[in-house]
Design a protein around this ligand. Structure first.
Ligand code: XIL
Length: 324
């Protein structure tokens, strides 16, 4: 059996993959991308981000996102929206506009409302908050010590961009599940603790929040021992949990021992989602090493995906099968 089929049998909504527009010109790639027994869900890697969708103020372009949505719909796949508010891949008019709090709030509202509204009825879940604040460290709303990162949003608006974006997204598409999606929240520690208190506080204030996205960009041999317990702690808040950007990288060259460890690591991650009832699905951050973001971002590292650069299944694929 194959990956999405197995996820459904485990009671999940999907197993899926991220994909990006330039890749859609590769016919062998698109053929496997549309294989619904492996992938029941797609996430656009880049084409729904702010720089792609509102490159100048009030001017929206959805052609890239629309192409991914069309590809998914043709194959009968669910779609995760990614993302409304993030500190990265912002056009300079946002980062350098020197807007005051009220103006930036209206900019965030207009962006989320137009973006989410454009795809109303087509998106299973949205990564509404994907923010990171220190421009030079790792993504998303918190620093690893649990304090908020400084982004243009946090610096100008404090934490108010979070409820504003979530409420706006809810109004724009009431059927979509709204997520906070973050990085380095795969183990218990200050950052996961901060996230848990944020979600509790949003719920207390009546702010719509339906899910926590755990990105899960991991390193071979380093799946945190508290991974499953951490997913469970998020689910215990009464929200959905999804593994949203899974890949497990290694220092190149890939050796047999590393690939075998990677197989075990993929199995561990998948079985953690399987074992946590509130974990609704898993998305890999592209399925082939040919189009992985890892080598371009982490020098000397790669081979993070379940298929190699020639679209041949690696041992990691068998790890996912075993995990489900
Ligand atoms: C990455 C894409 O894969 C790259 O193509 C792009 O150059 C940078 O962004 N966390 C996220 C994703 O939420 O949007 C990032 O995707 C990877 C880290």
């Amino acid at each position: 059996a194959q990956l999405h089929t197995l996820a459904l049998q485990a009671g999940k909504k999907y197993f899926g993959t991220a994909t990006d527009n330039p890749e859609l010109t590769n016919t062998a790639y698109v053929s496997q991308l549309g294989n619904k027994t492996d992938f029941g869900q797609l996430t656009p890697t880049n084409s729904m981000k702010w720089d792609a969708t509102e490159p100048s103020r009030g001017t929206f372009t959805f052609s890239g996102g629309d192409a991914i949505v069309a590809q998914a719909q043709k194959a009968g796949q669910l779609i995760r929206g990614h993302n409304c508010v993030w500190h990265q891949q912002l056009p300079s008019w946002v980062t350098s506009g020197n807007f005051d709090n009220a103006t930036l709030a209206s900019i965030v509202q207009n962006h989320c409302s137009t973006l989410v509204g454009h795809y109303k009825g087509e998106i299973l879940s949205w990564d509404v908050i994907n923010d990171r604040i220190n421009e030079h460290t790792l993504p998303e709303p918190f620093n690893d010590d649990g304090t908020f990162r400084t982004s243009v949003f946090f610096t100008t608006m404090g934490t108010s961009f979070i409820p504003i974006a979530l409420r706006t997204a809810r109004a724009a598409d009431p059927a979509a599940k709204l997520y906070i999606n973050d990085f380095n929240i795969e183990s218990s520690g200050p950052k996961s603790t901060a996230l848990i208190s944020l979600v509790k506080s949003l719920k207390t204030q009546g702010v719509p929040i339906d899910g926590i996205g755990v990105q899960t960009h991991l390193i071979v041999g380093e799946v945190p021992s508290s991974f499953q317990a951490t997913l469970q702690a998020y689910a215990d808040l009464g929200v959905e949990v999804a593994i949203t950007e899974l890949d497990i990288r290694m220092t190149l060259p890939a050796t047999q021992a590393l690939l075998e460890q990677q197989q075990r690591d993929y199995q561990t991650v998948i079985s953690a989602c399987k074992n946590v009832q509130g974990c609704v699905g898993v998305t890999i951050w592209d399925w082939t090493d040919k189009f992985s973001w890892v080598p371009g971002t982490f020098a000397g590292q790669g081979a993070a995906c379940p298929w190699d650069e020639n679209f041949v299944k690696k041992l990691a694929y068998q790890g996912i099968v075993a995990g489900w």
